[in-house]
Write a protein that binds this ligand. Structure first.
Ligand SMILES: [Zn+2]
Length: 623
């Protein structure tokens, strides 16, 4: 090769490298602006010396969530330093922390945004000025400048004009003594037609007590109306019979073996994504208003949620269904017009089956005075769950339970539909309504939930109203609570992101694993593993006679193996001893599943790549 050719090739290489560098640079800049949520963007921190130590000293013993910096799980929504969460009166917010005299600087080539929405959190003991300014090579403007002393949570919004260009710097600054936090700073992008994704979980709502699925009492008129414009999933199952593992399945798209959260002590590991994180990364406002308990944000559910409230949906409110909706509406006032993903969860239907006094006798005018739920009948719930409390009392509990479903349907589902219609976005919105598990009323000799895995607990009502009604009708396929995240992402056009949340409705050989290794409340209940396929429901009870003996009264009959045909909806004919061929298949599956469970022991927080591969090859992860 002569020198001339060499020079040409070298020149071409240099030009290509420069072009690649330029494209990368432009893309990087674009990337920042793609997401209006500033905590997801790149920034430069100018903090005082020993800021870390000063921060740790300042927050020691304070009511701040213990998620600062070192907690990889909860800061996963951004790799950037100084991010975490603060909790103010039961509501947890994503935050960018500050200490003393400190600056956080965002750089942009050009800024065409029109405004900035943010809050300031100044804790007790801090005296700080908070200042936001914007500057480019030509001008500088102070957008916000306020001094706070003592506890303060301040919401605000600033507008920009004109367009800032060439070397724009957006600077968040504090001065003074103590620590503080900038809460969810985001550029306001109000649209005429925002994309809205709503997920409503009516905790503990049993499928066969909804009129949508054929119950004789008209408990769910609003859900029926919604279902006419959406898809009704006729054969949907949860992955367990209590709140925590079921909700982790809902947000992760994984069954309990995949998500590794099956016991009350478990926390959501940081090595997989949750649905809200995907929406946040796409620039959505993400908010959750829940009843806490086993959906408390601290289990890790708050990942991806800019705001996560444990307050309004709590068990003992008379009107938690309405409170949840009202908290959402109040919050929506600040952000309405931006793309939104919202999760609303209520324990209204959960024991003790409370609802507003005016409605209590909706289904039974002659209802007696015992209006306190099952706890009123079963004094020692730890050992007395197998006590027969008589048909009349059972009916009273069912009356109360059905009424709480009716009230929740009317106030929460109906209220949300009305809100979206008033805003003119009902047609384009996606609304998902489900329950995380059912409830038992002595159908198989016990009460409430979280003890067994029968149909009344593991089958769930599921209605999805797609954007612009793109899918309507009835779906007969075997569906799981793990399919929901993937279906939502696909409907939103987030196909690449949906790959981590596979949907397996089309697999005719599908087997759904249901897992119950430990009751959240009653430790001597036998652990269970169950499988559901197109025709059968298999249950394996890990019996321990010594533990069973602790119940008073003891259960009348508990078999180690149970097998029911789906045609036997009430599951009264145990075919385990009759269907040898079917049992052989399920017992082989059980053996493999138990081996996998054993491997997972002691690896709750994280699994290695090899095991992950093995689980995937066997079809368990992302099932
Ligand atoms: Zn629940």
């Amino acid at each position: 090769m002569d020198n001339k050719k060499k020079t040409i090739i070298l020149t071409l290489l240099i030009i290509t490298a420069l072009l690649v560098a330029l494209v990368c640079y432009l893309k990087k800049d674009k990337k920042i602006l793609k997401n209006p949520n500033l905590l997801s963007g790149q920034y430069r921190v100018e903090f005082p010396t020993q800021a870390d130590t000063r921060f740790q000293e300042a927050v020691k013993g304070k009511e701040w969530e213990k998620v600062f910096k070192s907690d990889a799980i909860n800061t996963r929504y951004t790799k950037m330093p100084w991010t975490g969460r603060v909790r103010d009166r039961g509501v947890s917010h994503q935050a960018l922390f500050s200490v003393g005299k400190a600056r956080v600087v965002y750089h942009f080539n050009r800024l065409e945004e029109k405004g900035l929405n943010f809050s300031v959190f100044n804790p007790q003991g801090s005296s700080l000025s908070y200042r936001i300014s914007i500057e480019d090579n030509k001008r500088k403007k102070v957008l916000f400048n306020k001094f706070f002393e003592g506890l303060n949570f301040h919401n605000d919004r600033v507008d920009f004009n004109p367009v800032f260009k060439e070397g724009v710097r957006l600077v968040f600054e504090t001065r003074g003594e103590g620590v503080g936090a900038w809460i969810n700073p985001r550029f306001t992008r109000v649209k005429k037609n925002p994309r809205v994704y709503v997920m409503l979980v009516l905790d503990t709502m049993r499928l066969d007590h909804t009129s949508l699925y054929g119950y004789e009492r008209h408990t769910t008129p609003e859900l029926e109306k919604l279902a006419r414009q959406g898809m009704v999933y006729l054969n949907a199952y949860s992955t367990s019979s209590w709140t925590l593992p079921a909700h982790v399945s809902l947000f992760s798209g994984k069954d309990p073996l995949g998500h590794r959260v099956s016991e009350p002590e478990d926390r959501i590991p940081g090595d997989y994504s949750l649905l809200a994180e995907i929406f946040q990364n796409q620039g959505f406002v993400t908010a959750a208003f829940t009843g806490g308990g086993f959906v408390d944000g601290q289990y890790g559910f708050h990942r991806g949620f800019q705001v996560y409230s444990n307050l309004p949906g709590r068990v003992f409110h008379l009107n938690s269904a309405e409170m949840v909706l009202n908290h959402f509406k109040n919050y929506a006032q600040r952000f309405w017009g931006e793309d939104l993903f919202v999760f609303l969860h209520t324990y209204q239907v959960h024991a003790p089956y409370k609802c507003p006094p005016g409605l209590v006798r909706h289904f039974n005018k002659d209802l007696g005075v015992n209006l306190k739920g099952p706890g009123n009948f079963i004094r020692d719930k730890k050992t007395g769950i197998f006590k027969d409390i008589g048909e009349e009392n059972r009916k009273t509990l069912v009356d109360l339970y059905d009424t709480s479903i009716y009230y929740t349907d009317k106030s929460l589902i109906g209220g949300m539909v009305r809100f979206l219609k008033d805003k003119g976005v009902y047609e384009s919105s996606m609304i998902t309504v489900l329950s995380d598990h059912g409830e038992e009323f002595y159908d198989h000799g016990s009460w409430e939930h979280g003890h067994t895995l029968y149909n009344e607990l593991v089958r769930i009502p599921l209605v999805m109203k797609y954007p612009d009604n793109q899918k309507t009708g009835k779906e007969n396929a075997l569906a799981s609570i793990t399919d929901i995240a993937g279906l939502i992402l696909d409907a939103g056009g987030f196909h690449k992101e949906a790959l981590d949340f596979p949907v397996n409705l089309d697999d005719p050989k599908r087997v759904l694993p249901l897992l119950f290794p430990k009751s959240p409340t009653i430790i001597n209940i036998p652990p269970k593993i169950s499988f559901v396929d197109r025709e059968h429901h298999f249950i394996y009870n890990m019996m321990d006679p010594a533990k069973i003996a602790s119940f008073d009264p003891q259960p009348t009959s508990l078999e180690v193996f149970e097998l029911y045909r789906h045609s036997d909806v009430a599951e009264t004919q145990n075919l385990a001893k009759k269907e040898a061929g079917v049992m052989k298949r399920f017992r082989e599956l059980l053996k493999k599943y138990r081996e996998l469970l054993k491997k997972l022991e002691g690896q709750k927080g994280k699994i290695d790549k090899a095991l992950e591969k093995e689980l995937k090859s066997l079809g368990y992860l992302n099932n």
